[in-house]
Design a protein around this ligand. Structure first.
Ligand code: AMP
Length: 199
């Protein structure tokens, strides 16, 4: 049973690592950004409400985001653990997640911070804009997303650090290397890979 949270600036590689880690630990990767993007694509009511905030690089309001994550965490596949990517992003979302988990007798095991230099993430996002054409990877929007991260999300790192849950990982380097850094750090905290137990 592993409950992980990935935190870090846009472009640090959260999405990439989330998919790999979720597979390694046998839990679903839950990305609020992916859920919002799929709602926008399918033109759902939620997508219509979220789109303008996303295009501007602003956070979607907490009321919408919290409702979405409550529904997602209640699904069957999340009962045996999960990896949250991109949530919580605000102090209000931390409170919401705390309350949700506490009311189910659960708690987070570890919070992984992916640490990356702003210049590097801007460059990575510039490349992603060319490859994937995400509308919020436009350069001025990227700069705004970094500001929003610094103002609203970075302060959450101290909260989790004070709880003794924080593991800081250098996000620079090859994708495999970064994954190995994370799995090593987690095994140092007693969170092993399911396969390693039988090896
Ligand atoms: P991401 O894929 O995590 O970079 O998220 C893309 C966009 O989705 C963000 O810029 C926000 O507009 C929105 N979003 C994703 N997760 C959240 C969240 N936890 N709270 C508010 N907005 C979010």
């Amino acid at each position: 049973m592993t409950r992980l949270l990935l935190i870090g600036p846009p472009g640090a590689g959260k999405g990439t690592q989330a998919v790999r880690l979720a597979e390694a630990y046998g839990v679903p990767a839950i990305s609020t950004g992916d859920i919002f993007r799929s709602n926008v694509k399918n033109e759902t009511e939620l997508g219509k409400q979220a789109k303008a905030f996303m295009d501007a690089g602003d956070n979607v309001p907490d009321s919408l985001t919290n409702a979405l994550i409550r529904d997602r965490l209640a699904e069957a596949d999340a009962q045996g653990g999960f990896l949250l990517d991109g949530y919580p992003r605000t102090a209000d979302q931390v409170r919401e997640l705390d309350e949700y988990l506490a009311s189910h007798g659960e708690a987070l095991d570890v919070v992984v911070e992916l640490v990356a230099d702003p210049d590097v993430v801007v460059e990575r996002l510039r490349k992603r804009a060319l490859e994937q054409g995400r509308s919020d990877d436009d350069e001025s929007v990227v700069r705004h997303r970094l500001e929003v991260y610094r103002e609203q999300t970075e302060p959450l790192i101290d909260i989790y650090d004070e709880r003794g849950l924080l593991v800081k990982i250098d996000a620079l380097g090859a994708i495999d290397e970064v994954t190995a850094r994370i799995t090593d750090a987690l095994s140092g905290r007693g969170i092993g890979l399911p396969d390693a137990a039988t090896a």
